[in-house]
Design a protein around this ligand. Sequence first.
Ligand code: G3H
Ligand code: 13P
Ligand code: ZN
Length: 316
Amino acid sequence: MIVTTDALFRVAYGKYAVGAYNINNMEQALGLFKGHMEAQAPFIIQISKGARKYAGIPMIEAIIRAAEQLYPDAIYAVHLDHGDEATCYSCIDSGFYSSVMIDASHEPFAQNVAITRRVVERAHARGISVEAELGMLGGVEEDIALDEKHAMLTDPDEAKAFVEQTGCDSLAVAIGTSHGAYKFKGQQSLHFDRIAAIQQKLPGLPLVMHGSSSVPQEEVQRINAAGGALDPSARGVDENEFQRAASLGVTKVNIDTDGRLVWTRVHREYFRDHPAEFDFRKPGAVYMEEYARFIVHKSEKLGSAGELAAVREAVS
Ligand code: G3H
Ligand code: 13P
Ligand code: ZN
């Protein structure tokens, strides 16, 4: 059942974080639904502009509808990830999406406000909620001076003004994470002091953490042992920090890269171990199982595992 993103946030806020996973194809969708049913967890499906282009807009929607027929008890929201203004309007008008993200964080503050405000007005008129972004998501590396690190993070006072002026429903914040497999070098931690300061200014507003993949060392090593060439010093977010972040208002945690690593590991190992094989359904089946297992594990770390019954009661 597709529900509003707001409904999921209302149940989860302050208690656990809802995992938001990008999908591009059938295998990802089936692994995602299977994993969440095993974990009994609500979730958010994210569709990026790249995914809409790759699969085609009707195909990506049909994949989700078909997965729901196979897993009718799943409860989830459908969200546009990193939208520009035109893509947000396309998704709002389609009637398929629960929420959209307008990502105008690269614009100066006033422009970000103006663009976000326009999207919010159009989305709210259709009962769709809006995630906006403020701050510069970036790798926080060891050789960056402390002052520079803090300059890249979302400013709590600006965040308050931004939300008041735009009316956005959730806010993606820069709290020390970045996208992709190469976030950190060496040990890093989320900036909990900054998350707490933002929550203090915006109590009750769901915060969104992008760039939340963990980039497990073991996964990188296995990929490289099977012919890959990923940077072995790559580090991601410590998944044991998810629940502390959730207690401070981080209600949506975006994970894409880690799922791509599962896909890459399974397929590299499969074809390394079966060099004469060319039936792609065989590694595909292994991948769906492994991705479902990965989802169960993430749901436990996010605190969303076992929460489905409470969500069902709240939305019915
Ligand atoms: O943050 C972006 C997501 O990982 C989606 O990536 O734009 O390559 O589909 P994509
Ligand atoms: P990762 O690259 O860390 O998986 O982040 C994904 C993301 O933020 C999607 O919006
Ligand atoms: Zn993102």
